[in-house]
Design a protein around this ligand. Structure first.
Ligand code: MSP
Length: 533
């Protein structure tokens, strides 16, 4: 784990800047949900956080798509970009910056950056010959292609032969420096499988790559030669820097880098690893800038075990999903069921089962049955037992005391599934504890103190579970906290970090008898499968 992260007071992280050739798909939603969860966790720790997301709007892919729809690329980008903003709202994403690469201030910054690289002698003119995949916006090696000159990532599209004058970036010059970076900062690329992929690629020898295009108008002109358009990836990566500017700040590199640079974490999918883990650090080295701390490449999602795609007719619409099931359910499924870093699958029946089992049955029922018993047996007051009276070997307290630290490590390592599993163990242990202790019998036997101890332990465990799950299911956690009498809404991040700081609320034994419980109501309604499921 990265030592720097732990002591820092600020945390800047990014999602990729999404292409606007289409409305957002589940892949873009996936990275963004994970980024939001990590950002919320970092805010709970009391850090100042900057979550950057946005849209990547230049290049041939978008130009062509807009043309095919009889639209200007700008108005088409405006519409698509707005689609991302509204999906992020639906998914309860609390981003701090939304950068669009067509913003005029971005061009100013790109020029300044280009100038630095130009002055470093790292840009030259040459002849680019090769196979280009417009969908990837990337040249491909002949050996990478499928039969019939098709891109492995877009097998229904043929790559196009290019033979043109381009400007090149001298990537080869940075081979050794990059190798040193990967060795001195082993956490720079995660997870390990992705790191190995990059090491293999770089060890094979790096070739310079072209950073300009002719015959593409949709982009910024190359500052030293306006007959060329800047390659979309060169401009897109720099969007991460432009996003750091305050809203009304003058767009200079100095201003942009003053507060949040270097970025702590870039979250991306595995298909764009090379750009982030090889090209991007080399570009930054050339411009004399420090480097991001960590690049994490997650896996790809499939649906019912199949690759998703329009041509396959099996895309998964994130908007429909959230509208049907709510944002907490969608967030929970993708973060709990899929190991971040590995490929994962969406299947609607499994989705319904997981969400019902964990959120409606285990967590929701636990709260509900406990609050009902507290009402019945304790006049709706938090039981008077104090934490000190409960021994540390108590089955729930013993789990609860370790849980905060465990979950913190999981969130820091982006092991969201481990965080969920550990929390669920406490929830399940609590349900089992109630069944075993049977407070209803204890009550009948007049053992009021014992009843109070059981109910305190369970109520406190639900509270802890809700707190630790709040980055993932903020609405449900807020609901639980409110029923426990806290005026806390986990969607109001800054207030939460002050009113319920991680150092205190992530431990066990926080509830006191002073706490006035709120009205009990079901927190998570079971999803009833549709008839055709
Ligand atoms: N515009 C570039 C990124 C530039 S960043 C400076 C881009 N955009 S994208 O919209 O095509 O892809 C965005 C992200 O979605 C990538 O991280 C990609 O890995 C992810 N996904 C696309 N399909 C996916 C799945 N089926 N599953 C999971 N993630 C997927 O690339």
């Amino acid at each position: 784990m990265n030592q720097v992260n732990r002591t820092q007071k600020t945390f800047a992280l990014t999602t990729p800047l999404y292409y606007v050739n289409d409305l957002p798909h589940i892949g873009s939603a996936y990275t963004t949900m994970a980024a939001d969860v990590e950002a919320r966790f970092q805010r709970l720790l009391g850090r100042r956080v900057l979550l950057i997301t946005g849209t990547d709007e230049h290049g041939q892919k978008i130009q062509r798509t807009a043309e095919s729809k009889g639209r200007s690329p700008q108005s088409f980008s405006d519409e698509m970009s707005a689609g991302f903003v509204s999906l992020w709202q639906l998914l309860n994403i609390q981003y701090d910056r939304f950068i669009r690469t067509t913003a005029p201030r971005h061009e100013v910054l790109v020029k300044e950056f280009f100038q630095r690289v130009w002055e470093a002698g790292d840009i030259y003119q040459g002849q680019q010959k090769g196979w280009y995949c417009v969908s990837c916006e990337e040249f491909k090696e002949e050996r990478e292609l499928l039969e019939g000159h098709r891109c492995p990532l877009h097998p229904n599209k043929e790559v196009e032969w290019r033979d043109e004058q381009n400007y090149f970036f001298r990537l080869s010059k940075y081979q050794e420096k990059l190798q040193k970076l990967y060795h001195s900062q082993p956490d720079f690329i995660q997870p390990d499988s992705r790191r190995n992929e990059v090491l293999n690629f770089v060890n094979q020898g790096l070739q310079d790559f072209s950073i300009s295009r002719v015959n593409v108008d949709w982009g910024f002109p190359v500052p030293v030669d306006p007959n060329h358009t800047l390659y979309v990836w060169f401009d897109a990566l720099l969007g991460y820097i432009t996003a750091l500017l305050e809203p009304d700040e003058e767009p200079t590199l100095e201003n942009a880098l003053a507060k949040w640079w270097p970025i702590n974490l870039h979250l991306i999918g595995k298909d764009i690893l090379r750009f982030h883990a090889v090209y991007w650090p080399a570009m930054l080295m050339s411009a004399g800038l420090s480097l991001p701390e960590r690049v994490f490449g997650h896996g790809f999602l499939t649906k019912d075990g199949q690759k998703m795609g329009k041509s396959l007719g099996n895309t998964l619409d994130p908007i429909g999903l959230v509208k049907r099931y709510g944002s907490d359910a969608v967030r929970y499924y993708f973060l709990k069921e899929i190991e971040f870093g590995k490929d994962g699958d969406f299947n609607e029946s499994r989705f319904i089962n997981v969400v019902n089992a964990d959120l409606a049955n285990d967590l929701g029922n636990l709260l509900n049955r406990t609050l009902n018993m507290v009402k019945k047996y304790c006049a709706n007051n938090v039981p008077t037992t104090t934490n000190e009276n409960i021994p540390i070997e108590h089955p729930l307290k013993a789990i609860g005391l370790r849980l905060g630290e465990q979950v913190k490590h999981a969130y820091e390592a982006l092991a969201f599934n481990h965080a969920c599993e550990a929390i669920l163990l406490l929830v399940q242990a609590s349900n089992k504890f109630i069944d075993e202790q049977a407070p209803w019998s204890l009550y009948k036997q007049g053992q009021i103190q014992a009843v109070e101890q059981v109910l305190y332990a369970v109520l406190e465990s639900v509270r802890l579970a809700a707190y630790l799950l709040s980055p993932i299911i903020p609405d449900t956690s807020s609901d639980i906290y409110q029923q426990l009498g806290y005026g806390i809404n986990f969607n109001q991040q800054i207030e939460t970090a002050t009113a319920a700081p991680f150092a205190i609320h992530s431990t066990w034994g926080v509830l006191t008898n002073q706490q006035k419980l709120g009205e009990a109501r079901p927190v998570f309604k079971r999803i009833e499968p549709a008839k055709n499921n």
